[in-house]
Every structure is written in C-alpha cells, then in structure tokens.
Design a protein around this ligand. Sequence first.
Ligand code: ADP
Ligand code: MG
Length: 362
Amino acid sequence: MKHQRKRQILCLCMAGIIAGSIGLTGCGNQVAQVHGDSTITEQQEETKVEVSVFAMDTFMKITAYGAQAEEAVKAAELEIERLDQLLSAGSADSEVGKLNQNGEGTCTADVAYLLERSLELNQATGGAFNVMMYPLMEEWGFVGDVYAVPSQETIDGLLPLTDVSNVFYDPEQRMVRFGKEGMKIDFGGIAKGYTSARIMEIFDQYDIVSGIVNLGGNVQVKGKKTDGTDWRVGIQNPEQEGKYLGILQVSDKAVITSGGYERFFEEDGVRYHHILNPETGKPARSGLSSVTIVSSDGTLADGLSTSLFVMGREKAEQYWREHSDEFEAVLVTEDGTLYLTEGLEPQFESKAGAVHVITQQK
Ligand code: ADP
Ligand code: MG
C-alpha cells in the first residue's frame, strides 16, 4: 500500500522578551519533508528564539529553533554570564582573578577543564599556545586599553613569568600553584570557544536540533538550518570590515577565527596586535593575517586559532597534517592569499578568487 508522508511545521512566533537582554524573535522556515512514499501528517512546533548579549568584551548572539527554544536560550545566556564571572582575568572577583592574586588555589570544574586543555595544547603546539601570557598582555596595554610598546628590558624581565613549566597542577585535587610570583593565567585565547561548546551542550539538553551562536565572530552551529541545508558562515576579510573572503557551509561545527585585525594599536606607523608570540613576548608576526579553525570541538577550535596564528603558515600546515582528524583550517596570509585544508574544499565558496589547497601529502 502506498502512503504519502507529509510533515507540516507549525510556526509559532514567540513574542516574548528575554529578561535582561534584547529579545528578537521570528518564525522558522516552513519545511516540508517527504520520506519515501508514505504519508503521515504531523504538526511540530517550531519556535525561533534569538537573543543578543554583551559579555566577555564582545557582542554575542544566540539563536535556537525548537519547542524549548526559549528555555534553551535563557539557559545559554545564564551560562555565558556564569563563565564570564568565573574566567575573566581582568576581574579581581573572578575565580581566575583570585588565582592570579594568590598564585595558587583549588579550581572548580570549568577552570580545571580549561587549564588541563590549555596545558595539553601548550605541549601539542610546541609552546605557541600559552595561557600564562597575561603579565605581558598587561604590559602591552591590552588589559585596560592603555597601549604602550614595552622596552626590550621589560619584556625580558616578564618572559620568565610566562614559563608554563612553572605551573604546578594536580588534577586529582584540582590544585594549581604558580612557581614564580607575578605569574597570571589568561583564558582569553580559549574561553569563547569553550563557551560556545557549553552552549551546544545546553542545546542538547533542550532538544534543540537547529541553532547557532555567534560570539564576536566566533561561531558554533548545532545541526543544520531548519530547511535542512548547512549553515553558511562567512570568513571575514582581514583588510575590510564586514566583507567576506568566502563562505563555509557547515553543520555541527565551530568556526573560530583569530586575526591580528581584531584588537590592535599603532605606534610610529607600526601595528601591534593582541596575539603574542610566547617566544618573543611581542605580537606574533608570522606572515598570517587570520586563521579560521573548523572543528566539532569549540574549545579546541579556539585554542588552535590562536596557536596556528602564532605558528605561521608552514608550521600551521604541518600541524594540520599531524592532526587532520581533529580540525580543518583556512589560513589567510598578509598578502591576502587564501589557503584551505583539503577537507574544506567541497564546503568553501571563495569570494576572493583562487584558493590554495593544503593537502595531506606535501
Ligand atoms: P579573540 O579573542 O580576539 O577572538 P584569540 O582567540 O586569538 O582572539 O585570543 C586572543 C587572546 O588570547 C588575547 O587577547 C590574549 O588574552 C590571549 N593570548 C594572546 N596570545 C596568546 C598565546 N600565544 N596563547 C594563548 N593565548 C594568548
Ligand atoms: Mg583563540
């Protein structure tokens, strides 16, 4: 017997305002799915809830579709606030702020997780990823926006404080102790990726099968769009704000970018940005103007975007070859050339002409 199967999606426009934030709501797309030759008519609630938040020094937007979208977005917003309060190195009251003042302490689960992942990544990246750069971030004025180029003497004096081998961590007790006075943790290179990863877990708890978070240009998506197609995420042109070098089509992935254009100051015609090379204590000048990482692990994607930016193209390519099961990448060099790891080729639409594909075999 032949059945025709038809699914009707009932679009419920929620008009609610999410407390303490700008609530933007609207209808999801009408979706008709035909499965084989059987017909069942069913109704499904499809609510779109979207909220904008300012946290972690950045504008963030959370969007979820589903019957429990409102609850999911609210929980995500609370999670962002919670993590911001916990992780902010610039706040004396945060857990990280207190660790930095005391030079030791017991970590709660989130801080312990981030510290463990950061120490692992420091090893894996040969030191390019280093969460102990905060004393130098302060000296360069990236904390508090009082920019100044430090003297070589000052930099040399502070570099020993960034030595990760002086971080003593006991994972059983979750106890951390810094071996030198003045050492400070800064999760700025990984916190937003962890936050978007946490929001994906929250989406799961509320059965959200379609959603997206954008944390200041760092994006993570849940599932596909409600029309069944992939999400389209733009790769920003480092030279022109609001212009894209290309579009990536993704589902269930984080797409996280680090670029020298994101935060910088200029002195005597030289540009100094906020990603430091742990070897020199100065802004990394590796010939790259941005690095985008695509991975299902948001925390890793954020950590690696910073790390590969520090490494430069050749080392970044080699790192990908050794870890190609974990992530894909888009590298943009200072002359505007685009390099793409081969796994992304079918998903990438270039708006900037030719693209060089990085392959497993050199
Ligand atoms: P953004 O936060 O602008 O998206 P990143 O993810 O690259 O960009 O993070 C940059 C931040 O990471 C800096 O503001 C600083 O807090 C921290 N940081 C700077 N250099 C390093 C480094 N070599 N390793 C780890 N974190 C770093
Ligand atoms: Mg990062």
